[in-house]
Ligand binder design. Structure first.
Ligand code: MN
Length: 736
């Protein structure tokens, strides 16, 4: 190590110590030896933890926590606990120090605050889109300890003050974030000085040229303002002196940000704004005489200048919600210009600048943590209070930043952002595709809800899954996120593909049986014949037995190739009708005007199947029963119990099966029963529940109970049975 570097390091050590001593001097609330010891300990821990780290500017990292602690003590007015936490605020996140270390070394309160701070910044850096989310998290942390927010504000203020050494894109990101999230928060907490500085600094990096322009112009016009203020206040100062009132006069221009805001939002030129300022008269006063003293000064001011009666504001009798107290009046100056005069005591001024945090100083002589806690509680209450306007700004945030997002939690407390309107199923897919695909329901805030349940911000969701579950077509109706939609569609596609493969096998066998080559041109011809867009759809329908393969027998085949009828013949009623029948009919039941999927049972009197026109009947003990509209009992039910009838409608879900009955007659023949059962179970791959038959004088009759998908399926099946040799009639029956 060179001598020069050594000297530099020695100098740095001195600088660090001097900054630390500056912090102690600024910590006016820290009175006892014990408290100073604790601060020293925090300083030593932070110094050691950050010893090898440097800021972007090249400075030792410890400068930052010391500066933050100093803002916390001096500009916000917090006590020892906050100073300690400010010193340690980056240790758990960036160094080897753990929360347990903090708890052991300093205590549970400190460890909890550091935990809050670490959590906030931990998620803050990830991306721009996470800002709002993390800000919300920060607000949620409020209920634990509002000091987390105050220290975070101090941290942000120091980062803004030292933003110059960051990369430009980072500067923009941090400046925007500050303007949108932190400045309004500071305003809410009554920290006007900090709010104003945050705004100005944000502008400096966001609109550098305009910022410089306004600040240059303000500098140039400073002398004019000072002269004006001196002249204007001269008679007042004389009167105050004559009364032996000790006071201070400040002439404050608007902040650069608020001037910029006026120029941009209200289109007022700089020339009309720069001399808009308030003259502040701050007096020393006894606590008991504050109000009277302020009005006394008001009376002096208006002795010289004419007040505008509409512009008198008495925030002393009725302080603002955030604690602001002051007497405002606007008077006419000799030059014909309105000037706002703010009259307040030192105590009020400090509260105006530092917010609630300044209260402690005046509350009790021997203030302690309990006292501190009580006003921290007050801030928290003000932020949590929904009765008055205390939460206005948070509502604005919701409107501006959270309007299209909700924030929900996993059972472990992890935060997830979802678009507004997201359901439990969206959340499940957000967690993992597998979780989404096998989701059968969820517990929201420990309560069982269906997949379609719409989530609200703050909900905690536990997803319930089952290995047997598969994505369903109707899931698409109640998911919002692109992720869930695409995952469900993919899964459905996969399922169709799988079924289509079976269909392809079936079709291959069928075609080879008919001596039709399984070649592309033939498949294309079949697609055309059955009016499908692609072969997969064709195969799928074949597998689901949703098309009439009997048509194949009627096809004109030459040398293994299908010769399709001319377009005119394609209009053939028979084909069209069959095609129409195989498409579009649904077979999942939705009930009521809202088309809900309620539990129901199928009436045994008419055995409805998908495609039937049906209605629901609310029974006394057996839930909703579904009847066919042409059920023998329908008229009686509808006329006597109209109020118990609910609308019911089939919708598509091709994988379900329903039971239906078929009666047939034929000429008794040894092979008949075999032929019928064989046709049903082998050729048609339909499951039979039961079959019964009897024979009478050579005439045979019987009934089969079958599982079918819907009416189309059933009628094509009936058609096929009619073709069985020896069969005379086939018809659907209602009852067994
Ligand atoms: Mn920091």
């Amino acid at each position: 190590m060179s001598v020069e570097t050594e000297i530099d390091l020695e100098q740095e050590k001195q600088d660090i110590l001097s900054k630390y001593r500056g912090l102690l001097r600024a910590s006016k609330r820290t009175k006892t030896k014990e408290e100073r010891k604790r601060i020293r300990k925090a300083f030593d821990v932070a110094l050691e933890a950050h010893k090898d780290m440097r800021r972007k500017s090249g400075e030792p990292y410890i400068y930052h926590p010391i500066a933050v602690a100093r803002i916390v003590a001096e500009e916000i007015g917090l006590g020892t606990t906050s100073i300690i936490c400010a010193l340690l605020h980056d240790t758990v996140e960036d160094t080897d120090i753990t929360l347990e270390d903090v708890e052991v070394l300093f205590g549970p309160k400190e460890s909890k605050i550091i935990d809050g701070l670490t959590k906030i910044s931990g998620v803050f850096d990830q991306s721009t889109s996470l800002q709002a989310e993390n800000f919300r998290k920060m607000l949620l942390t409020l209920s634990d300890d509002v000091r987390v927010i105050l220290i975070k504000l101090a941290d942000r203020l120091h980062n803004m003050r030292t933003l110059g050494s960051m990369r430009h894109d980072k500067q923009l990101k941090i400046a925007s974030e500050t303007l949108y999230l932190y400045a309004p928060l500071a305003h809410r907490l009554g920290l006007y000085a900090i709010k104003s500085e945050l705004e100005d600094l944000s502008l400096k990096y966001k609109e550098t040229e305009e910022y410089e322009d306004i600040s240059q112009r303000l500098k140039k016009t400073q002398a004019v303002r000072t002269r004006f203020i001196n002249q204007f206040t001269l008679p007042i100062r004389r009167a105050l002196d004559a009364q032996n009132i000790s006071y201070e006069v400040k002439g404050r221009t608007k902040s650069i940000f608020s001037i910029w805001n006026k120029i941009h939002n209200k289109k007022i030129p700089f020339e009309e704004i720069y001399d808009l300022f308030a003259i502040r008269i701050i007096i020393n006063s006894n606590p008991d005489e504050e109000k009277a003293d302020c009005w006394k000064v008001y009376s002096m001011v208006t002795d010289y200048y004419q007040p505008n009666p509409d512009r008198l504001r008495d925030w002393i009798s009725t302080p603002k919600a955030n604690g602001y107290e002051s007497l405002h009046t606007t008077v006419m100056s000799p030059s014909g210009k309105w000037v706002e005069v703010q009259i307040r005591t030192q105590r009020m001024d400090e509260i105006a600048e530092k917010g609630y945090a300044a209260h402690w100083k005046y509350k009790e002589k021997n203030e302690n943590e309990t006292n501190l806690d009580s006003w921290l509680t007050k801030i928290r209450e003000s932020l949590e209070n929904k009765e008055d306007n205390a939460l206005d700004f948070i509502d604005d945030f919701k409107l501006n930043l959270f309007s299209d997002e909700i924030f929900v939690f996993t059972p472990k407390g992890e935060l997830r952002t979802l678009p507004k309107g997201s359901t439990a199923l969206d959340f499940a897919f957000e967690i993992h595709t597998q979780v989404g695909s096998s989701c059968i329901g969820a517990k929201v805030n420990k309560k069982l809800v269906p997949l379609s349940h719409t989530l609200k911000s703050g909900d905690q969701i536990e997803v319930l899954t089952s290995k047997k579950q598969k994505p369903k077509e109707d899931w698409l109706k109640f998911v919002t996120t692109a992720r869930a939609k695409s995952r469900i569609k993919n899964a459905l596609k996969e399922e169709r593909k799988r079924i289509a493969l079976d269909g392809k096998e079936i079709l291959m066998r069928k075609l080879s049986h008919l001596k039709i080559d399984f070649i592309n041109v033939n498949i294309a011809a079949l697609e055309q014949l059955y009016n499908f867009d692609n072969s997969q759809e064709l195969f799928f329908r074949v597998a689901m037995d949703r098309i009439d393969l009997k048509l194949l027998k009627k096809l004109n085949v030459e040398g293994g190739r299908i010769v399709l009828p001319k377009p005119k013949r394609a209009k053939n009623k028979g084909i069209d009708e069959l095609v129409a029948k195989t498409k579009g009919s649904g077979n999942k039941l939705v009930i009521g005007e809202d088309q809900q999927e309620l539990d129901y049972t199928l009436a045994t009197c008419c055995k409805p199947i998908p495609g039937d026109n049906v209605f629901g009947f609310v029974t006394v003990s057996d839930g909703i029963k579904i009847h066919r509209n042409n059920c023998p009992n329908a008229t009686q039910l509808m006329s006597n119990y109209a109020y118990r009838i609910v609308k019911a409608q089939w919708q598509s879900d091709e994988l379900l099966e329903f039971m239906a009955g078929v009666r047939f007659t034929g000429i008794d023949d040894v092979g008949l029963v075999y032929n019928i059962t064989n046709t049903i179970s082998q050729e048609l791959s339909v499951n039979m529940k039961s079959i019964g038959f009897e024979s009478h004088d050579g005439i045979f009759s019987g009934e089969v109970m079958l599982f079918v998908h819907d009416t189309d399926h059933l009628s094509s099946l009936i058609e096929k049975l009619k073709d069985v040799p020896g069969v005379l009639t086939v018809e659907r029956i209602n009852a067994t």
